[in-house]
Design a protein around this ligand. Structure first.
Ligand code: SF4
Length: 250
């Protein structure tokens, strides 16, 4: 499986889940390399924004930013090796994130099976952009899907970022929670349109403030929380940003 590289090894780290319905829970994160989307503001662009690709990124004009050399940000492991690294942590929650993990779901299914063989009560969350449908075996093995459909502010055509079959699958799955990052009130109209179009249950929609610093979050959180109160959505903070800022591996 292709994983993001952190230092000399894979990006596997023990932390606190910062977002979604299990926010605050200790968890081991494992980050898949590769994504089929290319959001202009992606904060894990080392999983896909490789040298030679044409995709723009909002950091293109930041001095010192450059596309990543694939060999420097990717590492290949077999699922049993990755499972062993995860089992080294005394933790019963694993978050499979990316990139887009569903591009490698057969490998991640194998990883889950290796871990469950030794730690049967381990809970698995998968973070996805909802453009791919899980196989029946993978869907059964995963406990929770954290689904983040991308809005127009991601800078891609609708046809690329909104896949009807994927969104319908997750809207109908009791394991799926929809997380939307909200930067301004205009994002709300788009979220509500998606909710209606794909019949996403309101109680499984979480809205989070956009931001890479606690100060950013503080600018958006108060009005977003009031909006959630008034519209019946669930408000969710981004704990990892408050605790550690926009850093990898924590
Ligand atoms: S879907 Fe996620 S990982 Fe992929 S480019 Fe967008 S934000 Fe980044």
């Amino acid at each position: 499986m292709k994983l993001a590289k952190l230092g000399d090894g894979p990006e596997i780290f023990h932390t606190i889940q910062g977002e979604g319905p299990s926010a605050g829970s200790p968890a081991v994160f494992i980050r898949a390399s590769r994504c089929n989307l290319h959001c202009v503001w992606c904060d894990t662009d080392h999983t896909w924004n490789f040298e030679g690709t044409p995709w723009p990124h909002e950091k293109d004009n930041v001095p010192g930013y450059a596309k990543h050399r694939k060999s420097e940000v990717t590492i290949e492991l077999d699922p049993a090796q990755a499972a062993r690294l995860i089992l080294n942590f005394r933790c019963s929650r694993v978050v499979i994130t990316g990139g887009e993990p569903l591009l490698q779901q057969a490998d991640f299914l194998e990883l889950i099976r290796h871990i469950r063989a030794e730690r049967p009560a381990c809970v698995f969350e998968v973070e996805t952009n909802a453009t791919r449908i899980p196989s029946p075996e993978f869907a059964a093995a995963v406990d929770q899907f954290n689904v983040s459909p991308k809005l127009a502010n991601a800078g891609m055509p609708d046809a690329l970022r909104l896949v009807g079959d994927g969104l319908t699958f997750f809207a109908n799955s009791p394991k799926a929670w929809f997380k939307f990052v909200v930067a301004n009130p205009a994002d709300l109209a788009e979220i509500q349109a998606l909710q209606v179009r794909f019949a996403i249950p309101r109680e499984r929609i979480l809205l989070m403030p956009e931001g890479r610093t606690a100060a950013d979050l503080d600018r958006t959180a108060p009005w977003l929380a009031e909006l959630c109160r008034d519209l019946g959505y669930r408000f969710c903070d981004r704990l990892h940003i408050r605790l550690w800022g926009d850093r990898r591996g924590v």
